[in-house]
Every structure is written in C-alpha cells, then in structure tokens.
Ligand binder design. Sequence first.
Ligand SMILES: [Zn+2]
Length: 270
Amino acid sequence: MVVTHGDISKAADLMGLSGGIVCLHSSLKSFGMVEEGARSIMNGLLNKDITVVVPTFYNGAVVAPPPGKQILRNGTDYSLLPEAGEVAPYKPVPCMIEKSMGVIPAFVLKMKECVRGDHPVNSFSAIGPKAQDIIECQKPLDVYAPFRKLYDKDDAFIVLAGVDLTKTTAIHFAEQLAGRRLFRAWARISDGDIQETEVGSCSDGFNRLREFTDPIEKSICVGESLWRVFPFREFIDTVTQAIKDNQSITHCGDMNCLRCNDAVKGGPVF
Ligand SMILES: [Zn+2]
C-alpha cells in the first residue's frame, strides 16, 4: 500500500488534530511507501489547517565559550569544543540542520512559508496558520518559548510518527518546569560574534517515562507508521510531575554521561 496525502489527512481527522497545532517528531521511513515522500505528509497535514512544529537543530556552529565564560555543571567537556575560527558561522539557511532531525524537518525548512526560530543551535520551525505566533517568541536564551505557547493552547498535540520518546524535545521543557536549569552552549553566528544560548540535555533515557505517558497516549497506524498522539499540556504536566518525583528517571544509564549527571543535579551553576 502506498500512503497518500489523503491518508494523512484522514488520520489527522480521526485523531482530532485538524485545525490544531502538531509538534511532530517523525521517521519518514516508518511510513513505508509514501506517494511523494515528505511532501505528501506535509500536504496531508496542511490541507487540514494544521500548524506543524518541528525541531530543526544544528550543532555545526557550536564552539567553546569566550574566555572566562565557562559555566560549572554545564554537561559539557569544554576541551572537546572547537574554537570559533574552526567552524562556519550559523545562518538560518535550509542546509544548516542536523541529519538526525530527519527528512520531514529538512523538507519543512525548504518550504517558502516556513518560520524558523531565532536560535543558532536548537531552533524550532513551523508552517501553517499559527506558525508565526508560535515561533517568533523563540530567542537564544529562551529556547522553549514556543513550548510555553503550545502549553497555553487547548488544541496543541505531540505526534510521534514512528519514533519514540527519545526524540520528544518537549520533555526538555518539562525538565525545565521540574526545576532544572538549562545547559548553555555557544555558537558562532553570522556577524562573527559568539552567541550564548540555552540548549536541551541528553534524551537517551526518555523512554523510561513511558510508564507515565502510555496511559495518555492514543495511537493509530498510518501506512506502516505507528503514530502516538498526546495532548500537549497533559503530556507536559505528566512528565513534569514524574521528573519532580524522581529526578534520576531521565538518566540514560551511562554513568559517564556528563549531561545526564549534571542535569539530574539540577543543571548549571551560575
Ligand atoms: Zn545521558
């Protein structure tokens, strides 16, 4: 069976997503055969007036902090970071995205109506009727501002299409709400300056939160892709409480993971 944009629209209707906002984490491969690849997925959602938010992270411009700016307990081995002169400056161009974000976010960045957040490392991008409203608040030192917007809306959802909780960046927002300070990273930006930014932590342990998120999950198969759908606010409240109750629940299990070790202790010390 070949998945069409009509199949995507139908699934969106069935899951109550039409007209709403979807924070999408996806594996295009998980769908099996898709008529026109990422274009069909996006058209299927946009035809239902859905605003689609995707992560469009880029690590290629991350550099060592300026002298004297090193922060303690920051989940970072500063000796491993390149100096500013060793990397090309970040520009909000479609090619500056990590391959690990997947085919769909890369496609979204190339759409001319795409709005990309002001963040040289952990930008979010969106397309659809509410894209501007959700994304324009993102700033280098307010990385999860778009998630605060989504939290206030009754029609916002997280959709995991063929991926698991380790891809769910909104859990980093829940870490923040649970009392953790966010790590800082520095990026070379276009005018040659070094920009200090807030960034997320390690997400390799996030599947341990499933025991809390499974009860609020609704699922559907679209082609061969399993979609797991969560109401945004309920998801964040559930995960925030789970982290507050047991800070180590997000730890990936690697006792040498600097980011998890520092995050569990509450994040950086300023
Ligand atoms: Zn870790």
